[in-house]
Design a protein around this ligand. Structure first.
Ligand code: NAD
Ligand code: TDX
Length: 329
């Protein structure tokens, strides 16, 4: 008998890519998705898999016990992607981040005490370590989150550890770097800039544009997560990075170059308050499980930009919503 997997937040960017990978995995029998379908989630992201007999979709809120309990029944692996994920939004409305990213995780952990899954994989982020001036940090580094978003994610990690230690919930935590790839909501850097460039609008870089992120291809991340479910050890934390550290200005230039647009479309705007300068995680631990990133950055980055460019209408519609947030509407 294969595994029955619950993917919360499966209608979002990484979750929908992960669902696609599970559907193709012969050791998985059932992929149940629990998603609230907030502004960031969409059934469009799951269009090609919703008809698959392995896939069940349930609309519901992880912070609501009555939604989450039935979804967790009979489940072997819980993978919690559901979250408010946008740093800029967390600066304007932190309450929603506390509710979903902390209270939601508490509710799932409580239910896990009853339904006893074999594994509970909490999807965390490299942002919990805060800005890393130089070098890269391993999983034992101190947590120094800077934004309400990263503070809520760090809090969830702490709750997970407490439920493991106190109640034996079989938690594993994964801390990934910035993902890029298809199906990301265009409030985030790469799809936002592709969309603005296609519309002939300026690309607003925060501050001096020299902040650094490590860019991990979403499929590499999903492969790492699946490997952690299969071979990872309960109670462990695994960093997942790519070693592709790039300044935001390089990312903006690459997008313009791929789309054949002029570099003077870049503009510098007020910095994000508390903006982390650089992230870099050491991922030796997951490497020891047998994982390496496979994506060639230049190739996958180009493919990603063109993926969005080919969906110009879809992108324009989503981007109109996303830009309302930036205009303060
Ligand atoms: P996303 O914003 O694209 O998707 C989040 C999904 O969660 C959406 O489908 C949304 O509808 C759903 N959701 C939100 N609140 C919910 C609730 N209360 N109940 C049920 N569903 C809810 O996010 P993403 O970029 O795919 O990120 C997924 C996870 O990975 C998050 O936990 C995030 O913190 C983490 N992460 C993301 C990145 C990245 O680069 N995107 C990097 C590291 C970690
Ligand atoms: O318009 C912009 N201009 C700009 O300069 C936007 C949207 C972003 N930026 C900068 C801020 C960051 O330095 O680009 C970088 C990337 O920004 P985001 O796409 O907002 O991502 P980030 O803040 O790095 O967080 C992402 O990676 C870690 C995800 O949104 C998180 O969910 C994840 O945990």
């Amino acid at each position: 008998m294969g595994r029955k997997v619950l993917v919360t937040g499966g209608a979002g960017f990484i979750g929908s890519n992960f669902v696609r990978m599970l559907v193709d995995d012969p050791t998985v029998d059932l992929v149940r998705i629990l998603d609230k379908l907030t502004y960031a989630g969409s059934l469009d992201n799951l269009e090609d898999v919703l008809g698959n007999p392995k896939v069940e979709f349930v609309r519901g809120d992880i912070a609501n016990y009555d939604d989450a309990h039935p979804a967790m029944e009979g489940i072997d692996w819980v993978v919690n992607f559901a979250a408010e994920s946008h740093v800029d939004r967390s600066l304007r409305n932190p309450a929603e981040f506390v509710r979903t990213n902390i209270e939601g995780v508490r509710v799932l952990l409580e239910i896990a005490r009853e339904t006893k899954p074999e594994r509970f994989l909490q999807i965390s982020t490299d942002e919990v370590y805060g800005s890393i001036a130089e070098g890269c940090v391993d999983e034992t580094a101190q947590l120094r989150p800077s934004s309400p978003y990263s503070a809520s994610k760090a809090s969830a990690d702490m709750l997970c550890n407490a439920y493991l230690t106190t109640f034996g919930v079989p938690v594993i935590i994964a801390r990934s770097a910035n993902n890029y790839g298809p199906y990301q909501y265009p409030e985030k850097l790469i799809p936002r800039f592709v969309s603005l460039a296609l519309k002939g609008e300026k690309l607003p870089l925060y501050g001096d544009g020299r902040n650094i992120r490590d860019w991990l291809y979403v499929e590499d991340n999903c492969r790492a997560l699946l490997l952690i479910l299969k071979k990872g050890k309960v109670g462990e934390i695994y960093n997942i990075g790519a070693g592709e550290l790039h300044q935001n200005i390089e990312i903006a230039r690459k997008i313009l170059d791929i789309l054949g647009k002029p570099e003077d479309m870049i503009t510098f705007v007020a910095d994000r308050p508390g903006h982390d300068r650089r992230y870099c995680v050491n991922w030796d631990k997951i490497r020891a499980l047998g994982w390496e990133p496979q994506a060639k950055f230049e190739e996958k980055f180009r493919e990603t930009v063109l993926w969005y460019a080919r969906r110009e209408q879809w992108l324009a519609k989503k981007s109109e919503e996303a830009e309302k947030f930036y205009r303060g509407q």
